[in-house]
Write a protein that binds this ligand. Structure first.
Ligand code: NAD
Length: 267
């Protein structure tokens, strides 16, 4: 799909991967609506990319509907929706309160459903549209992620697969970005402390213990390249694909090995 002049929405666009998606979409010609719970961050990114900012809590269906309506008022029909906003719980094992669990389900899982319900009818009428979902390697290989994060990311991948299977033949491109560690707020980075080119060292924690940590710009580029070339998965860490293959080939062996590895990590 040609992006020039097209309306793109990025949730969680004020920081991290969402900020990089807003910049990459702009570089490819799209007109971008930067939505975030933190409206000041959204405004900063929107000003930089020449887009518009919107305050939005993606855990609320009404807020997502309002976001899509205001994006369409500003820039016309939504051609690309990047459902990117999300967060991780930090709970201890199974002990998560019902309230916290509902919140992470709303933000990390149902937000994708609200977005698709709001934009898919128009995309289907036009016979074209991209849904780019920032999910996680946790959806494919779980790893050391927390319980609420794991279950919501698995659900989000299942939902994306369902949309692709049901609407792929009608011009809808679904692409899931499933990175492992990325240098963003989720790993302690604070771009508010950096200069506008994101090349300042300030605010960047030492992430050397996490293995390969990719930059949000790589994620954004790879997600958009995957959508442009009709691929469902964007995997910035190739080892995630290797592990996913081992899991599919022998689930029990993969579970046993991963269980041992997680125990060693926790010790
Ligand atoms: N950083 C990683 O290592 C990593 C790895 C895999 C997947 N992800 C996923 O990437 C996505 C983006 O996270 P990030 O790493 O860029 O983190 P980040 O903290 O840098 O950015 C997240 C942004 O989303 C916004 N946000 C949070 N909750 C929101 C809500 N309810 N409504 C609207 N905006 C909200 C935050 O204000 C923030 O600006 C998340 O879905 C996350 O699960 C991150």
């Amino acid at each position: 799909m040609e992006l020039a002049g097209r309306c793109a929405v990025v949730t969680g666009g004020g920081h991290g991967i969402g900020r990089a998606l807003a910049e990459e979409l702009t570089a490819r010609g799209a007109r971008v609506v930067v939505a975030d719970l933190n409206v000041e961050r959204a405004q900063k990114v929107a000003a930089r990319v020449g887009g518009i900012a919107a305050a939005c809590d993606v855990g609320s269906q009404d807020a997502v509907n309002d976001l899509v309506a205001s994006a369409e008022d500003a820039f016309g029909p939504v051609a690309v929706f990047c459902s990117n906003a999300g967060f991780s719980d930090t709970g201890d094992g199974l002990q998560v309160s019902a309230e916290d669990l509902r919140r992470i389900v709303d933000v990390n899982l149902l937000s994708h459903v609200w977005a698709a319900q709001a934009v898919l009818p128009g995309m289907l009428d036009r016979g074209a549209g991209w849904l780019i979902q920032t999910i996680s390697s946790a959806a494919l290989i779980t790893g050391p992620s927390f319980m609420g994060y794991t279950l919501t990311k698995h659900g989000a991948l299942g939902f994306a697969e369902w949309v692709a299977l049901n609407y792929g033949h009608r011009g809808i491109q679904v692409t899931c970005l499933c990175p492992n560690a990325v240098n963003t707020g989720m790993l302690g980075r604070n771009e508010d402390d950096e200069d506008d080119e994101h090349d300042g060292a300030a605010g960047r924690p030492d992430l050397s213990a996490l293995g390969e940590v990719v930059e949000p710009e790589d994620c954004a580029r790879q997600a958009l390249d995957a959508a442009q070339t009709g691929r469902f998965l964007a995997l910035p860490h190739p080892r995630v694909g290797d592990s996913f293959l081992r899991k599919a080939t022998d689930y029990d062996a993969w579970l046993a090995r991963t269980n041992q590895r997680l125990q060693r990590m926790r010790e």
